[in-house]
Design a protein around this ligand. Structure first.
Ligand code: SAM
Length: 280
């Protein structure tokens, strides 16, 4: 018996259901329920919230979320082998756990959730960044979620919270910090997972801001930032040539020297440039 509920320990769950980890699905499981409960607590009080969990696997974090009082959890898992183990958790918490089998990239989870929504997940590494970018770049803001509490490779977590001038600064930092407040709240060594991955991990907590920090059209900002960091070593006047022949004038109008490189430009600078570009 584990400390947080009366369901079987995760090692027995994995053995009973034959859940040998599949690398292709990014399966590195958390088996310590005190640790999963601690990760769940990083999302704050969930008693009045629906929680979206991507990749519940054998259900360690799911159990943490439910034991910590989440009103309801919607868990999206691609691996059908995990469903019987998740059904056992659903039976232990009647009406509070809905399981959807499928690819998180294809499922419209927002349509199945009631506000307020928090997202908490130990993300599969192969789709983690893609999901984060989607959650950060809807056309309309505020988004369907009020916070994201997500496990990433530490290197990705550092890219999300990076400041201008650092090597990690780029597209992820700008997209995350434009419309959300992001910070790293936990660091986890490889040994916290079964099997242990080769890299360190970290949990990032992002809170959606009511309005973006600076005005900009999301599509234009994304395009400008992607182009600027695609050739991050180049001066912006050449990296952004594709935006038009008058790019030097536009950079100057945005308060950016055409000889600067992408990693030196602040979020405010990129938003000003996106507004200049959107002027047409
Ligand atoms: N939450 C569990 C834990 O903390 O022990 C498992 C985390 S494991 C890093 C990632 C999980 O995501 C696996 O269960 C894997 O099967 C699932 N997964 C991988 N790709 C997925 C996808 N595209 N959509 C939904 N789930 C996916």
């Amino acid at each position: 018996m584990s400390a947080i509920d009366d369901l079987p320990p995760l090692r027995s769950v994995i053995a009973d259901h034959g859940l040998s980890a599949k690398k292709a699905l990014g399966q590195n499981f958390l088996l310590d329920l005190n640790l999963t409960a601690k990760i769940a607590r990083q999302a704050g009080d969930m008693s009045g919230c629906d929680v979206l969990e991507i990749g519940p696997g054998p259900g360690g974090l799911t159990r943490g979320l439910l034991a910590e009082g989440a009103r309801r959890v919607l868990a999206v898992e691609k691996d059908a082998r995990c469903l019987p183990a998740l059904e056992q958790i659903a039976a232990r918490y009647p009406g509070r756990l809905e399981i959807v089998q499928g690819d998180a990239l294809d499922i419209d989870a927002a349509a199945r959730l009631n506000a307020p929504v928090r997202v908490v997940a130990n993300l599969p590494y192969n789709v983690g960044t893609e999901l984060l970018v989607r959650w950060l770049t809807p056309r309309d803001w505020p988004p369907f979620w009020e916070s994201l509490t997500l496990m990433f490779q530490r290197e990705v977590a550092e890219r999300i919270v990076a400041r201008p001038g650092s090597k990690a600064y780029g597209r992820l930092a700008l997209l995350a910090q434009w419309r959300a407040d992001a910070r790293i709240v936990m660091a986890l060594p490889p040994g916290a997972f079964t099997p242990p991955p080769k890299i360190d991990s970290a949990v990032v907590h992002l809170t959606a801001r009511a309005t973006p920090r600076f005005e900009a059209d999301p599509k234009v900002l994304e395009r400008v930032v992607a182009m600027a960091f695609n050739q991050r070593r180049k001066m912006l006047r050449s990296a952004l040539k594709g935006l038009g022949p008058d790019i030097e004038d536009r950079l100057r109008a945005a308060g950016i020297a055409p000889t600067e490189r992408a990693e030196q430009v602040s979020l405010e600078g990129f938003c000003a440039l996106a507004r200049e570009v959107a002027r047409g």
